[in-house]
Design a protein around this ligand. Structure first.
Ligand code: NAD
Length: 283
């Protein structure tokens, strides 16, 4: 989609991190922006700020609830008449080993990170096909390419987002609608603090973190603060929409491991070990 000015972009998880940077970048391109998030306070602040230079519709939307995603589509059409770009960006980090990870953690992460993206695609795609124009950016992760140990629900959700995006690419070819799959490495956002978005019943059951857990979390937060700024990812996304580019990687740090994996698949050989998520943060 070469021309973005005057068109409408919908961004989920737009109150923080990459989603906020996407909203800023789309506003800078002269687009109308629908900003949605579960966190009403930060959303109101950021939407008011971006609203000073673009037409912004802000909505509290939990992407794991189909009726709320549908309401976002309806409000978008009512306000702007069409949705041209959809960024299924909202996501939470939640991990654990398969043998230990509680089922409610699986459900939360899959509901937000996979079902949220399925709901977004399902809800907006028909309208885009009807108007013969549209671009969906699904946020997966490098964890949708490499299954690190200790990160089971997140890996499964993000591999699912990759599969969904590749499927859509097959289905929309030649329609004027296209799709990108964003696979960030580590980006300086609040993803490590995702537990702020835990459903109330789960939050109430969380044990207080031990001193050791707190120290590890602090160290990871320090690592993340030094990673790529979200604004640079937003530039990649805007260019991918304009150039109709499917894959968006934010850096090449993990490419050798992806190549090793692809080689092993091609040869039908043993699976190369890629390590544990907790160690990858510190590479
Ligand atoms: N930061 C990274 O290193 C990294 C790497 C790979 C992939 N990602 C993915 O990038 C996306 C954006 O995350 P981020 O890194 O900017 O983190 P972030 O925590 O800064 O932003 C995520 C946003 O999603 C919102 N959100 C959470 N649950 C929601 C729900 N149920 N409905 C609607 N909004 C919800 C949060 O309130 C927050 O504003 C996520 O899908 C994440 O999995 C991040």
């Amino acid at each position: 989609m070469k021309q973005l000015a005057g068109k409408t972009a919908v961004v989920t998880g737009a109150a923080s991190g990459m989603g906020l940077a996407f909203a800023e970048a789309f506003a800078a391109q002269g687009m109308n922006v629908v900003m949605s998030d579960v966190e009403s306070g930060p959303l109101a602040v950021e939407a008011a700020r971006i609203g000073q230079r673009a037409d912004v519709l802000s909505m509290v939307v939990d992407v794991s609830k189909l009726d709320q995603v549908e309401a976002m589509r309806d409000a978008t059409l009512e306000r702007f008449g069409a949705a041209h770009v959809l960024c299924n960006n909202a996501g939470v980090g939640g991990g654990g080993d398969v043998a230990e990870c509680p089922i409610d953690m699986w459900e939360w992460v899959l509901n937000v990170d996979l079902w949220g993206v399925i709901y977004g695609c399902k809800t907006f795609l028909a309208g885009m096909l009807e108007q013969g124009e549209g671009h969906i950016v699904n946020t997966a992760s490098i964890c949708g390419q490499l299954a690190f140990g200790g990160n089971a629900p997140y890996n499964v959700a993000k591999f699912g987002v990759v599969a969904l995006s590749e499927t859509i690419a097959e289905e929309v070819a030649g329609t004027g609608v296209s799709v990108s799959c964003l696979c960030p490495g580590f980006v300086a956002t609040r993803i490590i603090e995702s537990r702020r978005n835990l459903p109330e019943d789960m939050a109430a059951q969380q044990a207080e973190p031990t001193a050791e857990e707190l120290a590890i979390r602090e160290a990871i937060l320090e690592q993340f603060a030094q990673r790529k700024p979200p604004s640079e990812v937003a530039d990649l996304v805007v260019n991918a929409i304009k150039d109709d580019q499917f894959w968006i990687f934010t850096d090449d740090h993990f490419q050798p491991r992806m190549a090793e994996r692809a080689d092993a698949i091609q040869l039908g050989a043993g699976r190369p070990m890629i390590g544990r998520m907790a160690d990858a943060f510190f590479e």
